[in-house]
Design a protein around this ligand. Structure first.
Ligand SMILES: Cc1cc2nc3c(=O)[nH]c(=O)nc-3n(C[C@H](O)[C@H](O)[C@H](O)COP(=O)(O)OP(=O)(O)OC[C@H]3O[C@@H](n4cnc5c(N)ncnc54)[C@H](O)[C@@H]3O)c2cc1C
Length: 367
């Protein structure tokens, strides 16, 4: 059987590897070099967490993925996943129903070693955060961050080693029994009928440069989320060269992913205001680089991994909504099951579906 995959980000690459391992002949085409500079899967880092409020499916997928990230470190002989832990800070006291409280409650019930933090513990263990700003929080030692661009490059190596043909700088696909559209934020423009249920949103990322990287690294400065359910702010420890990434999991700007990419003046001001009020020690840090990266947002924030109802030879694997990278170790299996029609509980959630009320659009708390 032949599979042709459009897109060599983590959705396309992991699907290609899994289908190849199931005996398919696989070709992946991407208009760019791989990893593609403009792909969402590139960049220096992505959060890897299992914390999804009361969402049992994503929590289960996150826990499984973390186990496999650790295996990928062994397989690759590199540290693609840094299990530094994840610091979740809550603005108001943690409230039932809130992202922080629901994540903590579910993970505790699953026996995860999450550590509750009061204002004193936060002050003592993570002194960079302003006193009293975050009365509550918790630390999840099993989470961390992945070197996204490096992991994507490694997945391309694995794919080639397994016999997947990757055609860079090309969009034409060979004829195949099944075509998989794994084109991320480009998907709604490649399949306009999806325009009502998914769209591309531009998200700003700023990489600052700090002088003493060790001051901005775990355990005192691990991956963090600062009242993310209400503000969207999150960030990463500094890399060895002092690069420190901050981003905002917010509504973003609707644009075409091929439009010119620049962080807008208003977005710079938004980042500066955050630093001034929350991380004043970084206000003077120079900006090393900026990036505009795209989510393929769905109306409900869930992935879109499903066979086209009218074209049985087409499977869409997109709709990452800004939270798909961490699941790379489990995505390939889910997408291959969609291709082969193998029952998978996750596919019920990621099915081809009608747009429901706009209730959750833009609120990203649990995703
Ligand atoms: C700012 C930002 C921060 C994020 N942070 C996190 C995080 O902390 N944790 C997390 O889990 N996730 C995070 N994500 C989400 C994560 O990056 C995505 O879920 C994931 O990378 C999506 O992978 P993809 O393969 O669907 O898309 P992409 O990686 O974008 O790949 C799509 C590929 O399709 C190619 N393509 C385009 N047009 C065509 C065509 N016509 N034919 C063939 N190929 C084509 C592109 O060149 C590209 O290589 C973040 C995303 C952004 C934008």
């Amino acid at each position: 059987m032949k599979a042709a995959i459009a897109g060599a980000g983590v959705f396309g690459l992991t699907a290609g590897i899994e289908l190849r391992r199931r005996g398919w002949k696989v070709t992946i085409a991407d208009p760019a070099s791989v990893p593609a500079p403009n792909a969402a899967s590139t960049d220096i880092s992505k959060v890897v967490r299992m914390d999804y409020a009361a969402d049992e499916l994503h929590t289960a997928l996150g826990r499984t993925a973390i186990g496999r990230w650790i295996e990928w470190n062994r397989e690759s002989g590199r540290t693609l996943f840094h299990q530094d832990g994840f610091l979740i800070l809550s603005g108001p006291a943690m409230q039932p129903g809130g992202f922080e409280a629901e994540s903590y409650r579910l993970l505790r019930s699953l026996g995860e070693p999450v550590e509750w933090l009061g204002a004193d513990e936060i002050r003592y263990r993570y002194p960079v955060w302003p006193e009293g700003k975050y009365p509550h929080g918790y630390f999840n030692p099993r989470d961390g961050w992945a070197e996204s661009g490096n992991a994507t490059a490694w997945l391309a190596e694995v794919a080639r080693r397994e016999g997947v043909e990757i055609q860079e700088g090309c969009t034409s696909l060979p004829g195949a029994d099944v075509t998989v559209l794994a084109t991320g934020a480009w998907t709604p423009s490649l399949l306009p009928e999806l325009g009502g249920v998914m769209w591309a949103t531009a998200q700003p990322v700023i990489h600052y440069r700090v002088e003493n990287p060790a001051d901005w690294q775990a355990p005192r400065f691990p991956v963090w989320a600062a009242d993310i359910g209400r503000t969207g702010w999150y960030g990463f420890p500094a890399l060895g060269d002092g690069t420190l990434k901050i981003a905002n999991h917010g509504p973003g700007r609707r644009m075409h992913p091929d439009d010119p990419r620049e962080v807008a003046a208003g977005e710079h001001a938004h980042f500066r205001a955050f630093l001034e009020s929350v991380l004043p020690a970084l206000v003077g840090a120079p900006i090393a680089s900026t990036r505009v990266c795209f989510y393929c947002d769905t109306f409900d924030g869930d992935f879109w991994i499903a066979r086209h109802p009218g074209r049985r030879d087409l499977v869409v694997a997109a709709g990452d909504s800004g939270h798909g990278f961490k699941f790379a170790p489990v995505l390939g299996g889910i997408i291959a099951d969609a291709v082969e029609g193998v029952p998978n509980p996750a596919l019920e959630r990621f099915r081809w579906r009608e747009k429901t009320a706009e209730a959750r659009e833009g609120s990203r708390a649990s995703h």
